[in-house]
Design a protein around this ligand. Structure first.
Ligand code: CA2
Length: 151
């Protein structure tokens, strides 16, 4: 399982605690590892400030990762290139945002990632990463047509 993080998320916990909380990206990685173990998932947790690197990692996921949990940060709202890369990946994708992007500036209300994501979590803090892992686990063996809402 790839857990990919975009630009400025390396600053989590160091600034803007009112928006992003006090937990660092290292705390998020530890949370993901704690959550992934009981779900039987192996975690490859990464962060980059560079759009092309994020695109490279999404491409690398084919053959290396069953699914992707993705917080593309600012590139969420701008990157057609990232959407193109996600569209070439066959496995499940869950989009995560720490903050409630819909309660913030209008430019954060649109997400290119959402056009491809199987699910989206936002506004529940870093706990959204744990929820994303729980959500993606049952999708790993499901064909795309069977990944819709389940009862
Ligand atoms: O809420 C999220 O997780 C975001 O993906 C965070 C991005 C923002 O551009 C998205 O709209 C929503 C920002 C990355 C974090 O940036 C920080 C900047 C300063 C201090 C801490 C984090």
């Amino acid at each position: 399982m790839f857990v990919l993080n975009g630009p400025n998320l390396n600053l989590l916990g160091t600034r803007e605690p009112g928006i992003y909380g006090r937990e660092t990206l290292a705390d998020v990685e530890a949370l993901c590892r704690r959550t992934a173990g009981p779900l039987g998932l192996g975690i490859d947790f990464r962060q980059t400030n560079h759009e092309g690197v994020l695109v490279d990692w999404v491409q690398e996921a084919t053959g290396r990762a069953g699914g992707i949990v993705l917080n593309a940060a600012g590139y969420t709202h701008t990157s057609v290139a990232l959407l193109d890369a996600l569209n070439a990946f066959a496995g499940p994708v869950i989009e995560v945002h720490v903050s409630n992007v819909y309660g913030r500036e209008a430019f954060r209300h649109h997400s290119y990632v959402s056009a491809r994501a199987d699910g989206v979590l936002c506004g529940v803090g870093v706990g959204g990463y744990a929820l994303a892992l729980a959500a993606i686990a049952p999708l790993l063996d499901a064909p795309p047509a069977d990944r819709g809402a389940r009862t």
